[in-house]
Design a protein around this ligand. Sequence first.
Ligand code: RUG
Length: 837
Amino acid sequence: EKAKWPKETVDLWAKLSKKEANDIEAIQKSIVHHVTTTLARAAYNMDNFSAYQAVALSTRDRLISRWNETQGQLSKVDPKRVYYLSLEFLLGRSMDNALLNMGLKDTYDKSIKKLGFNMEDVIGSEVDAALGNGGLGRLAACYMDSLATLDYPAWGYGLRYNYGIFQQRIVDGYQTEFPDYWLNFDNPWELPRLDISIQIGFGGHVQTIQDEYGVTRHSWVPNQSVQAIAYDVPIPGYDTENCNNIRLWRSKPTRVFDLTSFNEGNYEKSVEDATNAEKITSVLYPNDNTMAGKELRLKQQYFWTAASLHDIVRRFKKSMREWSDFPNQVAIQLNDTHPTLAIVELQRLLVDEEMLSWDDAWEIVTKTFAFTNHTVLPEAMEKWSVPMFEYLLPRHLQIIFDINLFFLQKVELKSPNDRGLLNRLSIIEEAQPQQIRMAHLAVVGSHKVNGVAALHSNLIKTTIFKDFVDYYGEEKFINKTNGVTPRRWLHQSNPQLSKLITETLGSDKWLKDLSLLKGLAAKTGDAAFRKKWMAIKRANKVRLAELIKERCDVEVSPDALFDVQVKRIHEYKRQFMNILSVIHRYRTIKSMTAAQKASVQPRVVIFGGKAAPGYYIAKLVIKLINSVAAVVNQDPAVGDLLKVVFVPDYNVSVAEIICPASDISQHISTAGTEASGTSNMKFVLNGGLIIGTLDGANVEILEEVGEDNIFIFGCMAHEVEDLRHAQRYRGVPMDPALQGVISAIEKGTFEDPKIFQPLISTLTVGKDFYLISADFASYIAANQQVDAAYKKQEEWSKKSILCTAHMGKFSSDRSVKEYAEEIWNIKPYSVKDEGYL
Ligand code: RUG
């Protein structure tokens, strides 16, 4: 059409499509324009929230320009792209981040001020986009930031849940869950693409036919269908024009509802099915590191992977290339096993719909996919029951059985007659009913499998994937240590420290090359610098103390040591061990004379995190923390020497306040259970020290910061099985200090002890699976070392500076670059500022 336009029409479009100006006046005009038109308000009835809405819409206009430019140029150039499939993108708030990344924060700040509003209040009015549970979803968000910043052509694909992770409120010390309907007001950070609608089938049967060449072909005839509607979320890079995309799918009923009911004339049933269609993207499953096993979750997974693949294939087909070129144009990363069905769906599309041979299709599939494993916990391993799967996806089940058969036939050729091996490697677990092991399917269908920290990547090679390593060889199994984006986790959340670092290093280049932070190490000898550094930490602690006052109604002193453990509540993360050690501390202080108390280092112990709603023991840990807090915080014998708080509803925005304010943070999982952890990186990046076990990325943080700047305790991963064995069969007695703490709980020091009996039972000898007793003495000792070190403030400030200085490795830019070069084989494409039309 465009080719037919006369020159003046083309010129007019070019003239009018010019990007918005970014001076104060233009920005103010755009804000007021949105107030008076989009929001239909006026100056007299504005509040912080409507100011936020108008500023967000004005920011969005600028984002969309970049998005258009990037996507337009990319479709012309058509480089190889990576598609990051993740069921969770835990983005948090967008406005501050978008303004900083686009380099517009200062100008907007000034523009808003003159219009009578304050930037912090406006930013604070935004609700979090909480479409994730924890580390896995936030990692996806950090990777999207890095991909855009490094100019990689990348799209994320996920689901647009109506309800994100629940809101947590504490009632009588217990967690209660409230739905997070985050879309009450229009979400300015998404572009609805109502024209992009893909039909997704479920159920039905498989037809088998002979084609004209006598080849047997299968075709799936679903009996239900739903529509997938696209919503695009622009992701601007930092200090670049590039703006990538996360496409989130929303489910809607198709015009012709459920075919079976409709044909049977059952109108009510077909309306009910239409409602069921909307349910698919209604809610995020609130489980972290546990598998829910629900039919609706399987539906979510298929709906999302099928819609995404359809979109990817459609884009590829536009280029009119040979199918064999598909892996040269497309890399797909599976974030955990959740999107593993994409492997089966691509094989189905290629064989059943594009008529490729099985082998040609399978070669394309395996060259396209790569798989990231995030856990070794057995309860988190995804398995689907074969009967349920067959009912929802009959053709996919056939394909999975074929993939398995052809794979096991090759294994048999290599290791004849080893039935045990076939059983262990099989994608199908011979249980009642049979189960599909999604991790096995992901390994077989991918060309690379990676863990998320060095220790974890080695562990998966010797445990869950050992037989696969023997079969495929070592090269397929690699490590990609996680990282975090320094833009959000330092520059945005700790602006004063960011400014000091930029002044000290002479430029802000460190924000795109985090290794430059090592330049700070030379400043540890500079007393004036140390003073500034610690003053910023203190200011951040004041900010957190205000939040604690507001949310917990507890006054804490910013001069105390701030000790933080914020993360999902899970037995393996051992918040229980932490609160038990707090009780030990409390009892120790209570037993002291006034003179002894004078030398105690005051501490504020800060907890935060959500427990899965059905995870009884984890919820009881929250109750215990709150019961202990209620007693300790009121005890005049303790005063400011010890305070305990549980900050409710921990989320990304709260983390942005907590991370810059910690002196010490706790990463104390039983060795070998935490795949990586990423908050450990955020705390150390902000000059907080960590106390931790030799688990996940702690091991690599120790390597970088050196043993003088980290507090390590506890058993090592390779000792865990022996310790469990000894405990179970040789009756190792409980640690005496721990025994004292348990007795205190049982005596009713903290509410009715009956409440906590199930929790205490998890520790009874022989049952202490997470080895709290075995690690308790060394944990208490490490905490005493923390106290002693913190008292020497000058030395502590040097440690704090060195921590930040040595965090270069943990930028998500480094992680993403490694993925791009070693797995995806993609190159950066930098958008030219040429005004795409
Ligand atoms: O538990 C892991 C964390 O150790 C890790 O840092 C994070 C990102 O790699 O992923 C977490 N995770 C693992 N979340 N869900 C799972 C299992 O599905």
